[in-house]
Design a protein around this ligand. Structure first.
Ligand code: MCN
Ligand code: CUN
Length: 795
């Protein structure tokens, strides 16, 4: 059950947008709910073989020898591939999407538990798995580096000795903001509060694991790859570079995807192995991970160890924030981050506050853990940034004995300050942060909740109220600032209107469940006055869609959504000229009224877009300069990111006996500018809140001192079910993005970004009478219990 709160001055989407925007049911759902989705594992090709991967049981070990003879003798086996064999072809290593290299199959050493060591291509999945057990690998154990805090110890074993001249586990340093200016503000501030904050390693754990089907046609020299990828075009370019195949002979098809959450952005060794398997055998080769492989070897998220400091005046004006981060990147820097932003957009750690100065220093290290980093609705690391600043803001409020909502209201960037340049160089486009928080407080009944809390505390009950607010930066590029492996972050869009006025729009982004087939049809529908039911959305096929950088960082609406609106406007401009010929008036004398061009002042004289489409394709001459058909294409390079924001309020009850946290209420007010499909937005928010609840209360990928992953199955890696999930209460405000053609901002990760600090702040607020001021996620009963024991038991 969920509750949606309309703001008092309701912006009634359906009335304002009779054609396009509104609560349209998802066009893709009939096939999903009827089991007719077509996922990568549904691809069956004649003669298809199956690939399975042998993974390292050890976190750090030298490979002494690999004996594949018994596996090769297995009757079902067609090929056994080792790193050595790949090395002979120059394929043992591949570039990552963040300028590192990663082993496809280990040659020298294994560097994390679960690393790919060898693979088997066999007649069926069972034979492939059976044969893995016949491969004999001799390892020489090396001491592992598991705790990032010790990665740079002088005696720490060097993990990446594959990199020339590497003598330590240093990955990169990065800083942002002005250290001296920040120090000056801190030195003269009345109050400085600091906190050590750990955002633990978590995993996106999408319902569908990663996999692919590689089909190399040696006659045509063409490779077709069906794969679970959020970025088909970027992957194609990388395969071209790795495999040395010509790019125009590679087709990457991303069929239906059962959830991505950033887990399907990186290139995984399994994809490359399947391609090699197909090249070797001349047959199509399928690789599908199992759940444990997904949890132990693919892109993790977070793993930031942060020390934050906040400086303020005695009466609660926040002046500056400073942070020092230790980033654990695992064995390879396998994240996907724009080249100039090795820490993603963590620079947005100044949050929604108007500060005098800010500074961040970060050191990233290698450890013997799975690679990754940018994943799990991270908004390019804004999750970590928001968690830090929102913990600091609440900690400061406690220190000053102020209400945490009031402190925030007093420190927000004000509406008249936009566009607002932050001390770390981001230019926030728009927002009314106070309005958003006030709306959340209204829905929650904030003052009454505080009264109730005071009463309950008198009876020894542990009720907590947590507040968090956030600003995200979503919609990467612009391409002058952002690229991945040299590919500029812009998106294409092609639109064709057929003679009968039905249309096809082709995108360079790819849906993993966000409903693009619906919302992009709505955007084009709104612009052209064609029913979204009459518009098909094509995506996820490099042969049939324009080049672009794919879906992550909630960039689809900010970038491709803008492209879709602008390409439709281009078609409309063309339609105007054709209409002017049809109606025998000058183009400027025409008015566009929801799907028709009308002669100004004479609504009786009009032609619909459908009539224009027929005319565009019909017999007879067209106006000068119009070639015919009603098509257009565009590449959209965003001038700036879009900056959605939100305000969340969480109410928890902590059981004084068992330390179990129960989220009683959760109010989320989001502002993503113009809302295309409110129902889809609510779905995105519900999903993100559930992610955030999981991270706050139960999810963690932990390791033992030997580097054994303790989160390798869904028995150990807990994710929330309907039982733990409260009835989400959502609301919204609307401040359109001034630079986006339809004013829309992204929303796909907002709730994952904003919810963990609200929950943690609420639990710490509940434990305030016990003197608890800090707690690290996940807030499992044992952790909360320990925190409670450090102090007096409840009265
Ligand atoms: N939308 C809207 N109005 C707006 C903004 C967005 O109606 N003002 C709609 C969009 O049209 C789209 C959806 O909301 O249908 C999400 O849009 P957007 O915020 O642009 O995000 P993306 O489409 O780029 O999706 C990526 C984002 C990311 S990065 C992660 S991670 C995540 C998320 O989406 N992974 C998801 N949501 C997910 N939802 C599902 N079901 N599965 C995932 O893997
Ligand atoms: Cu960071 S997870 Mo989403 O950007 O695909």
């Amino acid at each position: 059950m969920t509750t949606v709160h309309e703001p008092p001055a309701a912006h009634v989407d359906n009335d304002q947008h009779p054609v396009g925007y509104g609560r349209m049911l998802r066009k893709e759902d009939p096939r999903f709910v009827r089991g007719r989705g077509r996922y990568t594992d549904d691809v069956q090709l004649p003669g298809m073989l199956h690939l399975a991967i042998l993974r390292s049981p050890m976190a750090h070990a030298r490979i002494v020898s690999i004996d594949t003879s018994a596996a090769e003798a297995h009757p079902g086996v067609k090929a056994v591939i080792t790193g050595e064999a790949l090395a002979a072809q120059g394929l043992a290593w591949m570039p990552t999407l963040s300028n590192d290299v990663q082993a496809v199959l280990a040659t020298d050493k294994v560097r994390f538990q679960g690393q790919e060591v060898a693979c088997v291509v066999a007649q069926d999945r069972y034979a492939a798995r059976d044969a893995l057990e016949l491969i004999d690998v001799e390892y020489e154990m090396l001491p592992p580096v598991i705790d990032a805090r010790h990665a740079l110890d002088p005696d720490a074993p060097v993990i990446r000795d594959d990199l020339e001249g590497k003598t330590d586990n240093h990955c990169f340093d990065w800083e942002t903001g002005d250290a001296a200016a920040t120090e000056a503000v801190f030195a003269s501030a009345d109050v400085v509060v600091s906190e050590d904050v750990v955002y633990p390693r978590v995993h996106p754990a999408p319902m569908e694991t990663c996999g692919c089907v590689a089909d190399y046609d040696s006659v045509e020299g063409r490779l077709t790859l069906w794969s679970t990828t959020q970025a088909p075009h970027a992957h194609r370019t990388l395969y071209a570079i790795v495999a040395g195949l010509p790019e125009h002979k590679i087709r990457v098809i991303s069929p239906d995807i059962g959830g991505g959450f950033g887990n399907k952005v990186p290139i995984y060794p399994g994809y490359v192995c399947a391609i090699v398997g197909s090249l070797l055998t001349g047959k199509p080769v399928k690789w599908m991970e199992d759940r444990s492989e997904n949890l132990t070897s693919t892109g993790f998220a977070r793993d930031y160890i942060m020390r934050g400091e906040i400086a303020a005046t005695r009466d609660g004006k926040i002046l500056a924030i400073r942070t020092n981060v230790l980033a654990d990147h695992g064995a390879f820097n396998g994240t996907a981050a724009p080249v100039k932003f090795p820490a993603g957009f963590f620079g947005v750690f100044t949050g929604s506050y108007d500060l005098q100065a800010a500074y961040c220093k970060m050191t990233a290290v290698y450890t013997n853990k799975a690679p990754g980093g940018v994943a799990y609705a991270c908004s390019f690391r804004i999750t970590e940034a928001v968690y830090l600043v929102e913990r600091l803001a609440s900690r400061l409020a406690d220190e000053l004995q102020q209400d945490p909502a009031t402190l925030r209201l007093d420190n927000f960037v004000r509406p008249d300050q936009f566009p607002y340049a932050t001390p770390t160089g981001w230019v926030y486009d728009s927002g009314d942060y106070a309005a958003t928080l006030r709306e959340a407080m209204r829905i929650a009944g904030y003052d009454e909740l505080r009264t109730e809390q005071a009463q309950r505390r008198e009876h020894g009950e542990l009720m907590g109220i947590g507040v968090s607010t956030f600003t995200e930066a979503v919609g990467a590029g612009p391409r002058k600032h952002m690229d991945i492996l040299g590919l500029g972050m812009a998106d294409g869009c092609d639109l064709r209107v057929h003679p009968t006025g039905k249309a096809v729009v082709r995108l360079s982004v790819q849906s993993q469940g966000q409903g693009h087939e619906t919302t992009f049809a709505q955007i084009v529908g709104e612009e052209l006055g064609i029913s979204p039911d009459d518009i098909d959305v094509v995506h996820g096929d490099t042969d049939n869609t324009p080049f672009g950088l794919g879906t992550y960082g909630s960039r689809s609406t900010p970038v491709s959504g803008a492209a879709a609106a602008l390409v439709a406007r281009k078609v409309r401009d063309k339609a105007r000229i054709i209409a002017s010929a049809m109606l025998e008036v000058a183009p400027d004398d025409l008015e566009w009224v929801k799907g028709s061009f009308q002669v100004a002042g004479d609504p009786g004289k009009a032609v619909t877009i459908q009539q224009i489409a027929m005319r565009a394709h019909g017999a007879g001459d067209l106006p000068e300069g119009i070639e015919g058909s009603l098509d257009a294409q565009i590449t959209y390079n965003p001038p700036n990111l879009t900056y959605p924001n939100g305000a969340y309020i969480c109410v928890v009850d902590v059981d004084p006996g068992t330390a179990q946290v129960k989220v009683r209420r959760f109010v989320a007010v989001d502002d993503c500018g113009t809302r295309i499909n409110p129902m889809i937005i609510e779905g995105q928010v519900h999903g993100g809140l559930t992610d955030g609840l999981g991270m706050a209360l139960m999810e963690i990928i932990a390791f033992d001192p030997d580097g054994n992953c303790l989160g390798g199955s869904l028995m150990d890696y807990l994710i929330p079910t309907a039982l733990e999930t409260p009835d989400w209460e959502t609301g919204f405000t609307v401040t359109p993005s001034p630079h986006h053609p339809i004013g829309a901002k992204g929303v796909g990760e907002s709730a994952t970004v904003g919810s963990p600090p609200a929950i943690v702040n609420a639990v710490i607020d509940a434990l305030k009478p016990l003197g608890v001021t800090a707690l690290d996620m996940p807030l499992t009963p044992s952790r909360v219990w320990e925190a409670m024991q450090g102090h007096a038991t409840p009265p």
